[in-house]
Write a protein that binds this ligand. Sequence first.
Ligand code: UDP
Length: 340
Amino acid sequence: MKILITGGAGYIGSHTIIEILENTNWEVISIDNYSSSSEKTYQRIEKITGKKVTYYNIDLTDLSLTEKVFAENTDIAGIIHFAAFKSVPESVENPLMYYHNNLNSLINILKCQAKYNIPNLIFSSSCSVYGNLTELPVTETTPLNKPESPYAYTKQIGEKMVDDFIKTNANLKAISLRYFNPVGAHKSGLNGEVPIARPNNLVPYITQTAIGKLEQLTVFGGDYATNDGTCIRDYVHVCDIASAHVKALQKLVDDKNFEQHSIINLGTGVGVSVLEAIKAFEKVSNQKLNYKIGPRRAGDVEAIYANNTKAKELINWTPKFNIDEMMLSAWLWEQNLNKM
Ligand code: UDP
């Protein structure tokens, strides 16, 4: 079975390719334009798996270039569409860049899916579609609130576009996966997140501070109405996220009666505060982290974590890794990245 992965050189895309090559006999082709990744990712994938990936350097907002890949590969059985910009603050500063890239690339992928009659699609969505919540844990039926950023809005619109489009053709199926906070790295320590600029996300910020690339971590807000005053998130190991994609796609292939478009949360169901995340890192790395409590960051929600029952029921997915394992793998990767 041949699978097209868009954004295959990126953080979640590359871990998913590794998961596929290690655990299935699927053939992978990948499209990426390296806007926030690099071609070197494929060497890391090859080193870990011993297998080669066919890849294309293409901007998915260019329909004619995108179509060429489909014309060359008429036997694609499924698409996993990761490729998108994903920084919340960047999207606030440059909304058009986000609307242009995230929406046009999805439109082009859907056009090609229809034209080349590719039965299955997995769409990368995000828990940011829920906006600010009043009830936790969050289930897939929780009504979506106002998106807090243009990034989050591209994911809300993206899900809706997939939904409207899929229903126009009875031969097509899709699953939108709402990721909570993917962190960590492959257990080999040979692949992980490569923040291109100064990281925004907590875990790369922690590991870069620990290794000395950054001076100090600021905890954004210590006065939230949580146990220790810091925000709560549902951190989920990137390899668990990767395995969910394989299970989701397999389900679409196997179960002809499966709902045409399902939406599934991917979180552990465990809420972890910023201070608890720091403590987990300190424990597994056996060192103290230089951090201070600072002001709140604009746009942060106080607490969010998933109800993941639907993932268990529909695609038999249960996350395997806990926060200590997430932190340890991220730390191993940071140390290796430093040597590269
Ligand atoms: N965070 C922090 N300091 C940082 C980066 C993040 O305290 O340097 C906090 C942030 O306020 C949030 C949590 O860590 O409460 C997770 O933030 P991240 O940006 O990783 O994910 P998201 O905001 O998308 O949930």
